[in-house]
Design a protein around this ligand. Structure first.
Ligand code: ADP
Length: 365
């Protein structure tokens, strides 16, 4: 099957006077597994439904394989969508649910048999054809919904929060299955989720949406390591965000007054794409794991920034323990990798923290 691209060009969509998608531009590559990530209400489903043809934009172009399909009705588009609710027919068997789209398309019987059988095989449900949806687990129902969509061989597969009805363990398993299936079919897939872990672990690239605006597009690692603004930094992964004011910028360092912590000198080269001016307000950010926890005090290293604090709260998370550490009047999130036998630090424990300066990001405010 030919792999196709999906492009949004200056797409705007409003419900009445409320603009929900504001000049959306996206270039989704042929065969790509692309995630739309954003908080609830950011416009993800609206955009997905627009690609499917259930919503119509007022401005811009929607191109599939280079052709503008904006005026086509949903059934005229060669696009398959899996809904969050699966929307299986409860009175039909698994086989008939999967066959439904082919029956509607009046496909001859032999082709229908072969295609339904192949689709069920692909999702590992060959033995379940005669069951009704209510005789299946959540994960199996999810696979029927997938089989029903891929059986019509769409050029583009749209998935609207397809795993949100499953429990955590199954969700992790199903997202790997989904990815493996997508790779086997090579079908351009757009996946909506509000779960950043889900997007990070599966997507080739992703777009982060906030209030109908695409904030950033890139690979999971690009968005995680080089977020373009504070919204993306906070939404993708966990970030410490500290308000600060620029005291001075010299050739080899930037001196900041970090609110509640005090003066902090950040050595350059820093990943700053701009010059900062005295008295400018900025947000200083770093990931919890950029901080090394040391229960003994030690001298500051050259490339690290030292801070003193006390354990304020802790959460054991399996592979790591996340601490809230009081530094000045700020509360920082820091992580310590866990190994068997390492016990949680009691509340109040004094800590020396070392922050790796190369991991600091600054955002203008
Ligand atoms: P998400 O999928 O990111 O949660 P949605 O695309 O569902 O967001 O919704 C984006 C915004 O559009 C929300 O503010 C929502 O209330 C609004 N919205 C969605 N559907 C409609 C509709 N049919 N009529 C009016 N407003 C809508």
């Amino acid at each position: 099957m030919k792999k196709v691209s999906v492009q949004c060009r200056n797409i705007r969509l409003a419900y009445g006077s409320t603009e929900v998608l504001k000049n959306v531009n996206l270039d989704i590559q042929p065969g790509e597994f692309f995630a739309l990530l954003g908080p609830s209400g950011s416009g993800k489903s609206t955009l997905l439904r627009l690609i499917a043809g259930f919503n119509k934009h007022q401005h811009g172009e929607l191109l599939v394989d280079g052709h503008d399909i904006g005026q086509q009705e949903p059934w005229e588009r060669n696009i398959g969508m899996v809904f969050q609710s699966y929307a299986l027919w409860p009175h039909l068997s698994v086989w008939d649910n999967v066959a439904f789209g082919l029956v509607e398309r009046k496909v001859d019987k032999r082709t229908l048999q072969a295609k339904v059988s192949a689709a069920l095989d692909l999702v590992g449900l060959s033995a379940f054809g005669q069951r009704k949806p209510n005789q299946l687990s959540g994960g199996q129902q999810q696979r029927v919904a997938l089989a029903r969509t891929i059986v019509i061989e769409p050029q583009v597969l749209l998935l609207d929060e397809p795993l949100s009805n499953l429990d955590k363990t199954l969700r992790v398993q199903m997202r790997q299955e989904l990815l493996a299936l997508q790779r086997r079919l090579g079908i351009t897939t757009i996946f909506v989720t509000h779960d950043q872990e889900e997007a990070m672990t599966t997507a080739d690239r992703m777009a982060v949406l906030d209030q109908g605006v695409v904030q950033q597009v890139g690979s999971p690692a690009e968005l995680y390591d080089e977020p373009v603004n504070a919204f993306v930094a906070n939404f993708v992964g966990t970030m410490n965000m500290l308000d600060a004011m620029v005291l001075s910028q010299h050739s080899d360092n930037l001196v900041l007054d970090v609110k509640g912590v005090g003066e902090m000198t950040i050595p350059v080269p820093l990943k700053v794409s701009r010059l900062y001016v005295k008295d400018q307000h900025v947000q200083l950010s770093f990931r919890p794991h950029a901080v090394t926890v040391d229960t003994k005090s030690g001298p500051d290293g050259e490339r690290t920034i030292g801070m003193q604090g006390n354990v304020e709260a802790s959460e054991f998370m399996g592979e790591l323990t996340r601490y809230r550490v009081r530094v000045g009047t700020q509360s920082l999130s820091v992580e310590q990798a866990h190994y068997a036998g390492l016990s949680k630090l009691p509340l109040g424990t004094p800590l020396s923290l070392r922050l790796s300066s190369s991991q600091i990001r600054l955002f203008a405010v």
